[in-house]
Design a protein around this ligand. Sequence first.
Ligand code: PGA
Ligand code: ZN
Length: 424
Amino acid sequence: MSSKIKKTRAMEILDSRGNPTVRVFMELEDGTKVKSSVPSGASTGEYEACELRDGDKARYGGKGVLRAVENVNDIIAPALVGLDATEQMKIDELLINLDGTPNKDKLGANAILGVSMATTKAAAASHNLEIFEYLGGTEANRIPVPCMNILNGGEHADNSVDIQEFMAVPFGAPTFKEGLRYVSETFHTLKKLLKDRGMATSVGDEGGFAPNLASNEDAIEIIIEAIEKSGYKPGVDISIALDSAATSFVVGKAGKYDLKWSGAGIKTSDDLIEMAKEWVKKYPIILWEDPLAEEDWDGFKKFTKELGDKIEVVGDDIFVTNTKFIERGIKEHTANASLIKLNQIGSVSETVDAVRLCYEHGWRAFVSHRSGETCDTFLADFTVALGTGHLKTGSSSRSERLAKYNRLLEIEDKLGDRAKYYWK
Ligand code: PGA
Ligand code: ZN
């Protein structure tokens, strides 16, 4: 039976925010049929690959993706007929060349990634393998620690908290299944604590709470209380990870920030680094993403020099899953880990390259969903295939987030005794 591509087709569907996104269907000569759906970010890095939107205000406020869909149907699909789905790199290269721009502006990274992921899925299915087995081989047995985003501030909330994401990290659990239970229980305890204080318990885009807390430290303290009240030890069973998403509160040129939500005022990179040093001493923080903005390479480097031996320092907006920026970061000691988002770079092969580059230099790779998601679970398999050891895919609410966690439960269950779960 042949795993040659017979038919590729795309359509416009809606993501978890009700915004249009691309779904790709692929059929092979041997009858294999798969589909893949593309996520979408809100607090995006400036140098991310292009998410092609129609700009036609008469449809979805300009957010339609009919052009990306057309690009799959009219340009990409005919070029793929007869190619073997197992030739991922060759196909991704073809897609990149068909586009011909550095940022995938012509066909759209949403069109290209949809096809790229469908190719992986089709090849796996055609060989009767799970996606994580096909991509990662027989060695793929590491289930990631779920960094669960349970409380939100910044652009993702309407409160007095500047930091965008507060994650609970069950690194002390014996298995993924138990880890997921630890942080899920913490999420529910947090809800109760917020309710008892008369605070809002509605959830944001990634399923975390966004209560009107008075400050950033208040947010950390209530999470610690929730961990303890759930019967876990902060710093032993569960630690805390933060994503400042600092690009969203930068003012003017790099190195100046306005903590506008908490009202703490204008700060320099040095002020933020001092604050971080204090917090790392005081609280069980294990990982800090985007503590400074995408243009603030010097600040990032200083931050890493001060704290890189104590915590994982992750670059998201600054690296945008692009080996060009990660390479610079490695050379300049800008961080010690990169966030990994498939749609920031726009193809499976390039994302794998980004993860490998991190590994070759002793960096960690932190896989992430986007704030706009679908119920596609490719991300879960991808994370296990590459053995990154941790991922973030939202809270213990909203089905598009749970879909990934549930897929990881399935993978761990399938691997049985072979499954490994550890932080580092
Ligand atoms: P985004 O947010 O998907 O809206 O970009 C997630 C993040 O900043 O990590
Ligand atoms: Zn981020």
